[in-house]
Design a binder for this molecule. Structure first.
Ligand code: NAD
Ligand code: DAU
Length: 331
């Protein structure tokens, strides 16, 4: 039984990951999370993991926690593009300096015993694809990030590769497409629309809504991360995407309006809005035998809507503030 340190384990994907890792592996899990506005201790209710509240950029704390781990899975990040357009500073701190701090701790402890680092990243590091066409991102696509968020994630990926090559640490990276599912913060596209519609408010579509995202259920993402931890090759990068049918933001909103009931309105567009993301996860499927389980977006959304209906206590407290912030930018 090994010790796994999970950073950002009180956030959306991290909390779902901790639950899955405890169910499917025999690791002991320690979570390091700063509990920013996006972290919620309740996401780990009745979960058998040690919880440490703290910053991934805190050198002494991180060195001590890494010193007790065999595996570190790094989810902690500032994750929302719209926030990075309002104020990028926390993005540089957590995504760049935080990742650097972890890498230095890994380097330090790797001198005396094996320790593996898995870095959770995003398809946004590649920029965007033309709206119409069949191109996809894969592990060889050149980096071309658009927003402060994606630029800091790109920077963190480069740091990981440099620490592998220059210092010989053992690390893997995964770049995943847009996740949806339980415990996603109401600032994000799908939960924002579900909760608006539950409240009898119109869903909010940026600009024309013809942009395309490559939706994947959070459990499929996390199953891929576990497959990489178990069978991935150190030093490698894996693209993660579920290959669901191409769906525009407008089509997703229309689906949600059908499922929950209600209508949508167009609001101000996001500056520099990326047009289309599409991942080619052939390497992950071929080498590690991973397959997504949620291949029907409508069914995955119906299940997610049910979760938000049943867990109003979870999302209600933050909802009004999020909407106030969006209103300031006409969104
Ligand atoms: P989230 O915003 O829901 O959660 C982030 C978590 O990190 C929160 O619990 C927060 O408290 C914690 N955190 C933030 N700053 C911290 C700091 N300085 N020290 C310690 N903890 C800190 O994010 P998410 O959507 O769960 O994303 C998790 C990871 O997955 C991120 O690295 C993100 O870039 C990546 N990712 C997300 C998606 C997506 O669709 N959401 C897709 C691909 C990759
Ligand atoms: O692709 C992976 C990325 O997916 C992750 O790295 C990010 O952490 C994650 O937040 C997500 O980024 P996006 O910017 O694609 O996701 P968001 O949920 O913010 O928006 C999805 C799409 O929906 C995008 O085209 C903008 C649009 N949108 C968003 C909101 C919040 C709307 O039309 N209306 C909205 O209210």
């Amino acid at each position: 039984m090994g010790n796994m340190l999970v950073t950002g384990g009180a956030g959306f994907i991290g909390a779902n990951f901790v639950r899955m890792a405890l169910e499917r592996t025999d690791h002991r899990v320690t979570v390091l999370d700063k509990l920013t506005y996006a972290g919620n201790r309740a996401n780990l209710d009745s979960v058998d993991a040690e919880f440490v509240e703290g910053d991934v950029a805190d050198t002494a704390l991180v060195d001590a926690l890494v010193g007790e781990a065999d595996t570190v899975v790094h989810f902690a990040a500032e994750s929302h593009n719209d926030n990075s357009l309002r104020d990028p500073s926390a993005f540089v701190h957590t995504n760049v300096v935080g990742t650097y701090t972890l890498l230095e701790a890994i380097r330090n402890h790797s001198r005396t015993r094996p320790i593996h680092f898995h870095h959770i990243s995003t398809d946004e590091v590649y920029g965007d694809l033309p709206l119409y066409g069949d191109e996809r991102f894969d592990e060889h696509t050149a980096y071309n990030p658009s927003s402060p968020y994606s630029a800091t994630k790109a920077g963190s990926d480069h740091l990981v590769r440099a620490w592998v090559r220059s210092f010989g640490i053992s690390a893997t990276i995964s770049n995943c497409s847009n996740n949806y599912g339980p415990y996603q913060h109401v600032e994000k596209f799908i939960p924002r629309q579900i909760t608006n519609l539950i409240d009898g408010e119109p869903a909010k579509l940026y600009g024309t809504g013809e942009q395309v995202r490559d939706w994947i259920h959070v459990d499929d993402h996390n199953a891929a991360v576990l497959a990489i931890l178990e069978r991935g090759r150190p030093g490698e990068t894996y693209a993660i995407g579920a290959d669901t049918e191409r769906t525009t933001n407008k089509q997703v909103i229309e689906l949600l309006c059908e499922i929950v009931g209600g209508s949508f309105e167009h609001v101000a567009d996001r500056p520099g809005h990326d047009q289309r993301y599409q991942m080619d996860a052939a390497k992950l499927r071929r080498e590690l035998g991973w397959e997504p389980r949620y291949t029907d977006l409508r069914a995955g959304l119906e299940q997610t809507v049910e979760w938000y209906r049943a867990n109003e206590w979870w999302w209600r407290p933050g909802k009004a503030d999020v909407e106030k912030r969006y209103a300031l930018s006409g969104q």
